[in-house]
Structures are given as C-alpha cells and as structure tokens.
Write a protein that binds this ligand. Structure first.
Ligand SMILES: *[C@@H]1O[C@H](CO)[C@@H](O)[C@H](O)[C@H]1NC(C)=O
Ligand SMILES: *[C@@H]1O[C@H](CO)[C@@H](O)[C@H](O)[C@H]1NC(C)=O
Ligand SMILES: *[C@@H]1O[C@H](CO)[C@@H](O)[C@H](O)[C@H]1NC(C)=O
Length: 243
C-alpha cells in the first residue's frame, strides 16, 4: 500500500534534486563570467606597462595571462562594480625606502632588498586606465630617468606618490594639468630640477604636498612659490577648522 507512495515520493525527490542541480550550475556558470572583472584593454595596458619595467624580484609575477583577472594582480585595485582599474600600488620595500632599514647585519639582505625596487621605464600605455585615481611608485629606483610628462594627462588621478624613487632630470610642469590631484608626494627626489612653479597653482584641489629635499633654488618665479605656499596654508587651515 505504501510502496507506490514512496516511489512517487522518491521520484519527485529526484526531480527536485535535478532542478536544484540545474539551478546551481546556472548560478556557477553565471558567476564565472562575472568573476573576471578586469577589462581587456586595461589588462593589455598593464601588460605593456610591465614589459617596460625592470622587476628583478618578480614582484609582478601575477601580471600574466590573456584571460586572467587583472583586478587580482599584485598592486592593482579595481572598482568592484565597473571593473575599471582605480589604483596602482607599487611602492617598493613596503615603504622602507633606504637600504639601511633592511640591513640586518648581512649585506645579502640589502642586496635582496634592493632587488625589490622596480626600475626601467614607464610606458604611456598606462593612460588607457582612464579611471586611475591612485598611483604609488614610491621607493623604487628609476635610475634618474625623467618623470614622464604623460602623467600630466591623467584626468582622474587624486593621489600621486613618486617619493624616493630616484627620478631625475627636468620636472614636467604638465603635472599641473592633473586638476583632480589631492596628494602629491615628490619627497627625496634630489636629482630633479624644477625651473618654475606656476604649474603648482593649477592644482586647485591639492591638500598635501611633499617636496622635501628637492632643490628649488633654480626656480625663477619665487613669487609664485610664495603665493602657492600661502594658498596651501590657507587650504590646510580651512581643512583643520572643518575637522
Ligand atoms: C570592493 O570589495 C572589497 C572586498 O569585497 C572591499 O573590501 C572593498 O571595500 C570594495 N571596494 C569598493 C570601492 O566598494
Ligand atoms: C609617499 O611615499 C613615501 C615612501 O613610500 C611614504 O613614506 C609617504 O608616506 C607617502 N606619502 C603619502 C602622502 O602617502
Ligand atoms: C597642460 O599643461 C600645459 C603646460 O603647463 C599647458 O600649456 C596646457 O594648456 C595644459 N593643458 C590642459 C588641457 O590643461
């Protein structure tokens, strides 16, 4: 008597199981395409950027693959929803820039540590990252190459840190075109020459500026410099009053 009931019960159980399995599979396959956030063009731009860097310690080992998700690569942060690359965080030596801080009694540690510094050239392919807001290349060793003026073409950049990264040559005033810039850190770039300061007054959103140990004695427009310093002071006073 109870046999037909249990058979139909079982088969309906099977049916449910099948439906559930199918749903789970649907979900999984849906997720697979969602998993890769990174945009093709931006991935390729990063690959080209890596190509021109010297990376002895292989810090960018994860930056490979035609179909891989560049949002998971070392130092890359994407917008969770749009998948655009927003941040590049490639600070060397975890911010302990000088070799003395990694000296543990043996020079081997120093040698290994120095390999952690990126060198080479900055490929303008980076400009493909239209939503880039944050660029930290501090504590690397670019062997006195110039700060490339293409950096001045980032429309959305808010944070730029090139401190202690051994850039040299003439400073590109085009940096003054990054109208959204809030933080500009150029500390300890003893090798660069700055001839004029007018560019600085274009950075209307700036509230943190570090140019310690940069030689400004060649800058001819001291009036501009004083004006900008006064204006920055005012901005920071306003900010501290708000806090
Ligand atoms: C993106 O997601 C991560 C982890 O899920 C979270 O920590 C981060 O705050 C999110 N970022 C944004 C901009 O929503
Ligand atoms: C810029 O980078 C240097 C070296 O990594 C770090 O010490 C400093 O705090 C950074 N500046 C800002 C404003 O984040
Ligand atoms: C960029 O900067 C240069 C040099 O400072 C200036 O001549 C030019 O007008 C700027 N361009 C834009 C689009 O702001």
């Amino acid at each position: 008597m109870s046999v037909p009931f249990s058979v139909s019960y079982l088969s309906s159980c099977h049916l449910w199981l099948l439906v559930v399995l199918a749903l789970v599979q649907l979900c999984l396959s849906g997720q697979k395409s969602d998993d890769v956030l990174c945009m093709d063009g931006e991935r390729q731009a990063l690959i080209r950027f890596k190509h021109d860097l010297i990376d002895e310690a292989d810090r960018l080992a994860s930056w490979v693959g035609e179909k891989s998700d560049c949002c998971r690569w070392a130092g890359i942060v994407c917008d969770n929803i749009t998948g655009h690359v927003q941040e590049i965080r490639l600070r060397g030596l975890d911010g302990h820039c000088d070799s003395i801080s990694i000296y543990d009694g043996s020079y081997k540690a120093v040698k290994e540590g120095l390999k952690q510094k990126l060198g080479g050239h900055l490929n303008p392919s980076l400009l493909e990252l239209k939503q880039l807001k944050y660029l930290d290349l501090s504590c690397n060793d670019f062997k006195h190459i110039q700060i490339p003026s293409f950096i001045g073409s980032f429309r959305n950049l808010r944070y730029l840190n090139l401190s202690e990264s051994n850039f040299g040559g003439m400073f590109p005033p085009k940096i003054g075109n990054i109208s959204e810039l809030r933080v500009l850190s150029l500390a300890d770039l003893g090798g660069i020459r700055i001839m004029e300061m007018k560019w600085l007054s274009n950075l209307r959103q700036l509230h943190h500026l570090d140019m310690s140990l940069i030689d400004l004695s060649k800058a001819i427009d001291w009036f501009q410099v004083l004006y900008v310093i006064g204006w920055l002071l005012q901005a920071s006073l306003l900010k501290s009053r708000k806090l």
